[in-house]
Each structure stands twice: as C-alpha cells, then as structure tokens.
Ligand binder design. Sequence first.
Ligand code: ZN
Ligand code: CU
Length: 490
Amino acid sequence: MLADLVVRNALIADGSGGPLAGGDVAVAEGRIVSLGTGRVAAGPGTTELDARGELVCSPGFIDTHTHDDAALIRYPGLEFKVAQGCTSLVIGNCGFSAFPAVGGDDIAAVADAGWTDLDGYRRAVTARGFTCNAMALIGHNTIRMSVIGAGDPRPASPRELAAMRAQARRAMEQGACGLSTGLIYRPGKWASTEEIAEVARGAAEGGGLYASHIRNEGDRLLEAVGEAARIGREAGCPVHISHHKAAGRENWGRVRDSLAVIDEANSAGSDITLDFYPYIASSGPMGEYVTADTVTQEWAERNQFANCPPFPAYQGRRVSAVAAAEGLTVSELVGRVLTAPGGPRTITIGFGMSEQDLITNISHPRMMIGSDGIPDLDGMPHPRLYGTFPRVFAEYVRGRAVISLQEAVRRMTSLPAARFGLAGRGLLAPGAHADLVVFDPAKIRDLASYTEPKQEPEGVHWVVVNGQVVFDHGHHTGARPGRLLRFATG
Ligand code: ZN
Ligand code: CU
C-alpha cells in the first residue's frame, strides 16, 4: 500500500515511555501503517515530512483538562491547542459540560445551543467541523442545574438523585468517558458526598471515571482528596484529580502529602490518577472567589484581570493596581466589576502556588498534563492556554531535568489515552489512529506569558490529526479532521 504521509528519519517516541528509536512513521487512510527502519513506499501523492534525524515524532498530545466545549464551535481551528502539539482534548471538566443543559455563559453564547444531550452536541459540532479530537465528560454542575436549578442550595431529593444518576448513565451510553465535578463552584458545592457518589454510580455503570476539581485545594487539601477517593470507592469507579495543587503560601509543600495519600489509597485498591498544569498561577471566574464583601487587599495584590467584559482596559493588570488607579478601594472595584453588565464573566489569574510543588507534581508517575486553559481570546487569558505542553519540555525535561523526554511524552499520550478511553490513540503502532506531533526536542518551548499570553510556542514543526496535517511550521492548514470520540471504542 502506498502511504498518504510519511515522517522520514524521525526519533520515534512511541508513547510507551521506552527509549527513542530512529525511523519512519507511515500513514495511510488515517492510520499508522508502519513504523521503524523499513523503507516505506511513497508515491507522487505522498506527503513527506523530513525529521532529519533530529526531530521527535510522537503520538499527538492529549490535553486531559480543557474547557473547550464551546470552543469546538467558537474557535473550531483550536489554534491554541494545535500549535502545542495537542491532537485530542478532554472536555467537560470542573463540573461544566455542554449538556444536558446550558452549562455556562460560554455555551449559551454559541448561538443555537439547542441540544439536550451528548448525541445532540455531537451532531452540532460535527456538522460544523473542528480540528482536534475530543472526549467528553458530563459535568455534575450542569446536571444539577438541569434537575434542581442553578441557584438552589438544598439537598437533592431521592427522585432528583435518580434523575441525576440517569443523566450520567445516559451520557455514558452516548459515549462520554465519565462524570466531572467542580466542588468550589455553584451549584456543585452544595452537593453532599453522598449525592456525588450516587451520580457517579451512573458513570460507573458505563465503565466511566470520576474526574474532580476537588472541594478544597488549600488548607483542607487532604480532606478533599479523601472525599474524592471515597466517592470512587462508593461508586465503584476510577478517580482522576484535576489540576492538583496546594494553593496559598501556608500550604506549599502539601502536594507531596497529598500524593502520599493517593499512593497509599492506590496500594489499598483505589485507582487514582491526576493532572496538573506547569504554572504557579491559577485562573477562574472572579465571582466564584471573591465578592465586594469578602475581597481583601492581599487577594487584590495576588490577582490580575484576565478577561473583564465590562472593562477591557483592566485586562492584564493587577486588581490592586486597577483599584489604586481608579481611586477606589478593592472592595468598591470588585463590586463595580461584578455588578456591571457582563461582569460575572470576569476571569482572574491568581498567583498562589510554589515552583517546588510543580516539580513534585511532574515527578509522580501517574501525573498527566491538563492545561485548564480558558478559551476566551477576547481578553488576556492565562498563558497555560497557549503554552502548557511545550512548557513541560522546556522546564522539566530540559531546564530542570526532572523527567526524561520519553516519560514526558508518555504522560501526554498513552497514560491519558488509557485513562480517558481514547481507543487506538496515545501509542504509535501499526493500526493506531494517525495523531502525530513532530517537534524539536532541543528547541520546543512556550512563549506565552502573563503579559503576552496569546503567543504560540516554538519548536513544533508538524501536527497531524487522523492522518491530516493541521499545523505546518506556524501555519494552520485549516483542516478540520477532529472527531468527538466515544469512550473506549473510538
Ligand atoms: Zn477546575
Ligand atoms: Cu478546570
């Protein structure tokens, strides 16, 4: 068979974590047909990508933590992901998904969000086309909004519990990989452990996992990890802890304690994995962290505006600096922003983690990479949206030499593929789907910063999704070969 595409003379990192091997990777009809040193037949129609014996060819990276549910429609080229080498995205994180109800302003904003389930969402995004593959979680916040309401803090009734569990089950039947929670956000934070375990049983029935933005990432981190582990045990499903961190100076170092708790649970029969992003700042909706009544000067000094629809001029600046410039107290400023039209969509970036905790995170063999990027390109998003994957190579493979290149690739490919049920992806082997990235191991690095966040990285040469070149040296080809995948089947 003639190949459609061949990567010539590459250093092949197959995703397993094993040593690099030299050779060619050949693709036909969207699948890998051969791998290694045998000369592959190429014809006039074959695209040949020359890796010159110095570029790495690996499976495309899998971003395990995204909020790209609306981005599949709003930014179907997914340039900020593709340029990093990402070929698949796990969507529906932190308890918010595009179904069964309108899960947030971002979904409502993408026009005719007329669907009510994963099948409907799949039809809508597939009809338009998009560039990366995606795997969906169903969000507990979104389920709770649809069954109990967005603003109702009361416990679920037995009938509502059954309805929520049925939603999770139905999503599994339609190809979701599991249930996500966001237990600092409304309305998820009003749910008891028992409620979540009951909804997670719906995911467990379909073989899915429980992925959680846990209830506390600061002084009660260990307790929150314990709750996630308990939900996994009671529901009977694997657990994935999202953006693992210890926020707040007084909690620095607790990432190590938390990982020890997880190791212990795993050796006692639990199955817990994690992801993190390689930055000391976090980001999310300002109104979920502070109000005019609760904001402190200290918080305002640690946080900057990422996206601020009513006052775009604030974007990229510290909250405290804006308050000073406007002649307001930080409380007055926060009140002004949150009560303005569009104000609740304000996103902030908070500097609260330690570099050592990032190193501890990347050192753990069950740690994957999840950008947690918030795809709102109108503002000044957290640089993780554009930089996460190249940054792991620049900082932790080359810079600090914490893990090997092939181990970093494994954490970005085969480990998440197995975890989130991306069948036939994450490992280079004959018959696998041809999701590839070709990059320069000596040069790959992030350029996005807190002041210039929308910068594509350096060192990524080509990205291939389902056999089609989607990125070629900084040029996005416009191809939209992405698929909304089905859990464990493809
Ligand atoms: Zn989260
Ligand atoms: Cu998130």
